[in-house]
Design a protein. Structure first.
Length: 351
């Protein structure tokens, strides 16, 4: 696995928009404020040509131009790390224009983003063998004040932290809108993590206070995007699993638009594509459909019914994904994960 150099003081952040740009509120004002805040902290900025555009369908511009912007930023010697402007809907259409072979030959560079950016963070890991950060997009750095998860993301990007932890509350309803573009996370709900031990093909809920420890090489992202990549020419998961089978694969997964049944179908598809070979554990974020039920199953059984047969720990409702805040997850790195007294810590090791 190739690990990029961390962002240094005086370094330059390149901003790209392979998914949505920051053309409209609240993202426009939040992005401008993020640029100012990061500049005051000592980091330069180099904006790609699509950052303020909304010419595309579900992305900032036509797919070819979005791919060119990303390729150029990655090759640009004046850009030290890359942060995506935002998530969106159709970054999958950009993927054919991203030169993953060239990226594998280039000096590695941190890329950070989440949601639709799974189309890069996941493929960078599995195709180019290059680590990436599944974390907040650029406009999140414009909130006032920063939630501690935003500082955690910057600390990971700068290499000042090699571990992240869960948070005490999460946001069910956000207050950020066109009139309040700098609104911070509206964290009101207590974080209550769920853990399942799996033996003999059965998932058994663990009691609060029980400890869990699991390690492996991290890979994953937003299931909406992952299941879309499954079986395409960009699906190199079997090769990735083979390369790192001796370490165990630690899957992190979350969902945006998927409902309970869609989550279950996605898990089924990934499972039957062989993606979960050599798995050592599952880290599942809160889905956007949190609390919903369908046909007698909830968000937990949508996952555990199908994954119990692997007889590895399943940790759920983690701070990963669309119900903020989120821990920055380094896709491709090895990690030691510990759940103790209801609190989770992810410690990264770069090997």
């Amino acid at each position: 696995m190739r690990y990029p150099e961390f962002l240094k003081k005086g370094g330059t952040i390149g901003y790209v928009a392979p998914s949505f740009g920051c053309a409209s509120e609240p993202y426009y004002s939040a992005f401008l404020n993020a640029l100012q805040k990061l500049e005051k902290l000592g980091y330069g900025a180099k904006l790609g040509p699509n950052c303020f555009l909304e010419k595309g369908i579900g992305i900032s511009n036509e797919p070819r131009l979005c791919g060119e912007e990303l390729n150029e930023a990655y090759a640009d010697e004046d850009v030290d790390v890359i942060i995506s402007c935002g998530g969106g809907e159709l970054m999958c259409e950009v993927v054919p224009y991203i030169d993953f072979a060239k990226i594998a030959r280039e000096k590695p560079k941190w890329y950070m983003g989440f949601s639709d950016n799974t189309n890069f963070t996941f493929l960078s890991t599995t195709i180019s063998d290059t680590a990436a950060i599944y974390g907040p997009c650029a406009s999140a750095f414009g909130m006032e004040p920063w939630h501690e998860s935003i500082q955690d993301a910057l600390d990971v990007l700068t290499g000042t932290a090699d571990a992240v932890h869960g948070y005490d509350k999460w946001e069910r309803e956000w207050k950020k809108d066109e009139e309040h573009p700098l609104e911070p996370y509206n964290v009101t709900e207590p974080v209550i993590l769920k853990a399942f031990s799996c033996e003999n093909g059965r998932a058994v809920p663990m009691e609060n206070g029980e400890s869990v420890q699991v390690s492996g090489r991290l890979v994953g992202g937003c299931m909406d995007c992952l299941v879309n990549l499954l079986g395409t020419r960009f699906d190199h998961v079997r090769e990735f699993n083979k390369r790192y089978e001796g370490e165990g694969i630690l899957w992190f997964l979350e969902a945006c638009d998927l409902n309970i049944m869609s989550i279950r179908r996605a898990i089924w598809a990934m499972k039957n594509a062989g993606w979960f070979e050599h798995v050592s554990g599952f880290l599942i974020g809160r889905p956007l459909c949190f609390g919903e039920e369908a046909f007698g199953i909830d968000q937990y059984r949508a996952v555990t019914d199908l994954l119990a047969e692997y007889n590895v720990p399943i940790l759920m409702d983690l701070d990963i994904g669309h119900l903020s805040p989120m821990m920055p997850i380094i896709s491709g790195s090895t990690a030691d994960v510990r759940l103790e007294k209801g609190e989770i810590t992810v410690k990264y090791t770069f090997r």
